[in-house]
Design a protein around this ligand. Sequence first.
Ligand code: DAH
Length: 340
Amino acid sequence: MIDRINLLKAEIDSLRAISREEVEQLRLKYLSKKGLVSALFDDFKSVPAELKREVGALLNELKHASHEKFESLKSDFDTKETSDPAGQDLTRPAVNALPGARHPLSIVRNQIIDIFARIGFTVAEGPEIEDDWHNFSALNFTPDHPARDMQDTFFIASNPDILLRTHTSSVQIRTMESTKPPIRMIFPGRVFRNEAISARAHCIFHQVEGLYIDKHVSFTDLKQTLMYFAKEMFGENTEIRLRPSYFPFTEPSGEMDVSCLICGGVGCNICKHTGWVEILGCGMVDPNALENCGIDSTVYTGFAFGMGIERITMLKYQIKDLRLFFENDVRFLQQFTGAF
Ligand code: DAH
């Protein structure tokens, strides 16, 4: 009997209700004449005489606590429902409204757009659902290129020509098809890859692509532009390093590292003790890509680059886990209030 009383007490103590009606239903379940508390009082008759004193006291305590609990559940709704202005204390200080904040990825995307806008780059966007031509073929990817593999790319089962773009380089093609050079543009946007989600990878992420096509554009222009970007983004003392690399749509291609912001190049966990952190891929637009879009590669040259916004944001704000960007936990997001 004592155990049953204690159990019921704990049960009632933990009750929650989402409406006034639910409070009433619960009250009937526990406190009405046929309720669970009353049932214990009925059983009290059969308690042996020597225990009656102890059990009786416990039962009274249970009854008392239950009444209090239901009063407090009810009063929750009394305060929540004071929509009647006559019943409100109008001199009470207002509830603080939480200030909204931009998402850190939006903050950094806007910074990137601003930095390039200052040297004459305009912004365009392309579709997230692409076809093979714009995402791969026109960018000089061979038919058997591993990036097309099911492991990397989300294809649409009913039509293998349709896919979720794996990079914003597709917008280079759309722009070159529709715009006569000179072209000086950046393309921010969301991209998709068939990746398992972890602290360093996600199936959705964001890139900003850059494209500059004109007569006499050279690798020097590319390097100067990227150096300007790195210093504006990460600070005047930032150094850059270009390493040779391979992308099908640029020739020559490179990857750019910036000197580690955290340790200043001495070596730390973030830069894996190399002093450098990779932030983007780049190169001179391959003549095949120009020709695929109807641009005469004997007249025009150009450079392109592509960077991951998550990567740059993680570096800038020292965020160690990519998943934080997608969980929308206000404790994380609130830290960027006032950042921009
Ligand atoms: N599209 C490449 C990627 O997602 C990045 C990239 C590399 C973009 C070189 C470029 C480029 O425009 O020139 O990995």
